[in-house]
Design a protein around this ligand. Sequence first.
Ligand code: HEC
Ligand code: HEC
Length: 202
Amino acid sequence: MKRHILFVFSIVTLGLPALAAADLDALMEDCNSCHGDNGVSQWTDMPTIAGLSEMVHVDALYMYMDEARPCADSEYRQGDTSRAATNMCAIAAELSEDDIDALAAAYAELPYVPAKQEFDAGLAAAGEAVHNKQCDRCHSDAGMNPDDEAGMLGGQQMGYLRTTFEQYADGSREQPKKMKEKMDALSADDVEALIHYYGSQQ
Ligand code: HEC
Ligand code: HEC
């Protein structure tokens, strides 16, 4: 009887993950040839995905799968750069649910590294004031707290942030209703200041 209980217990604890480690590694190598080593981007238009909360990451991949978020073609940045340009919608369409769960969990474990980038200190100070008033409630710690389940803003690549603000403004990317109220009230100067504030987090 004791043996039986032990046996059941070991199946539960030693059960194989849904995705073999080698398969996950191969998938991540592909992601990293655009998003950067360990998911940390060195390109202004490319978001860092390391440290993104698991829930936000899963959500993003399903949005791309449904083509519910814009996904412009992008060149591969490293590794075999002769591969044809592709986009997040095409990439997500190839992933299984198990792939998505495993990728989101793996990237959530990787350290978030804020981007080294140039910013204007005056604009950053103006942006901090806007952020603290309008955005901090949902994006705490300068938007770098993954527990907020709201994406990573501080230290994110500024080119990516700029495109994201444009997509929210023209409605091509959906946003939470309460956030839209705040976004719609921002002036163009506020948006530019916020981008520099997030870029200043290094
Ligand atoms: C060919 C280049 C390329 C490859 C390969 C690629 N991505 Fe992307 N990814 C992008 C670009 C460019 C963006 C940002 C622009 C956009 O939304 O299309 C992006 C955006 C994302 C986002 C949204 C980030 C956010 O903060 O909302 C996630 C998540 C993501 N990619 C995950 C992945 C994963 C996981 C893989 C591997 C299965 C992958 N990407 C492979 C280019 C790529
Ligand atoms: C009511 C809560 C809430 C408020 C207020 C809010 N946000 Fe958000 N924000 C979210 C959530 C949740 C997400 C993630 C959902 C998504 O990806 O669409 C998000 C996503 C984002 C993203 C995309 C991040 C990425 O990785 O692509 C940006 C940029 C952003 N918010 C900026 C702001 C700014 C700037 C303000 C203040 C003017 C603000 N938000 C106010 C909840 C909020």
